[in-house]
Design a protein around this ligand. Structure first.
Ligand code: 5GP
Ligand code: ZN
Length: 119
């Protein structure tokens, strides 16, 4: 299976392929972004690599530019959503203790209200 074809049963690969409807708000060859289906903040967007990487733990050196791209896309979307001036949070949950549910790497862009920290 090629990286582009993704993982057959992965929910985010299926969104990227258009098999599950989603409001894709950003797409390039490497990165896709869409709103979280269960938002916990007024702005809650998922930034996802097109390549199926299960979690941070599976990143290779070759993926480092991709993670940089994800951050840059998140910054641009924060600007477009109007939350950049007041601030926002980028979160990547990795593994069970962090509460990772979907095992396709993704970054949460959260903002639009004051966020508590450290719990
Ligand atoms: P995790 O805990 O793995 O970092 O977060 C996974 C996120 O994906 C959750 O916030 C959840 O609401 C979101 N999510 C799960 N399934 C779907 C889906 O089918 N569509 C969208 N847009 N978001 C989803
Ligand atoms: Zn996937």
């Amino acid at each position: 299976m090629s990286a582009e074809a993704g993982n057959r049963d992965c929910v985010f690969c299926r969104i990227i392929r258009g098999e599950i409807p989603s409001n894709i708000i950003y797409r390039d060859a490497e990165v896709v972004a869409f709103p979280d289906i269960n938002p916990v903040t007024p702005v809650h967007i998922l930034i996802v690599p097109v390549k199926h990487i299960p979690s941070l733990a599976e990143l290779s050196d070759a993926d480092s530019p991709l993670v940089g791209r994800m951050v840059r896309v998140a910054n641009e979307l924060a600007r477009r959503q109007g939350i950049a001036p007041k601030g926002y949070r980028l979160t990547i949950n990795s593994g069970a203790d962090a509460g990772q549910i979907v095992y396709h790497l993704h970054m949460h862009l959260m903002g639009g209200r004051h966020l508590e920290w450290k719990h």
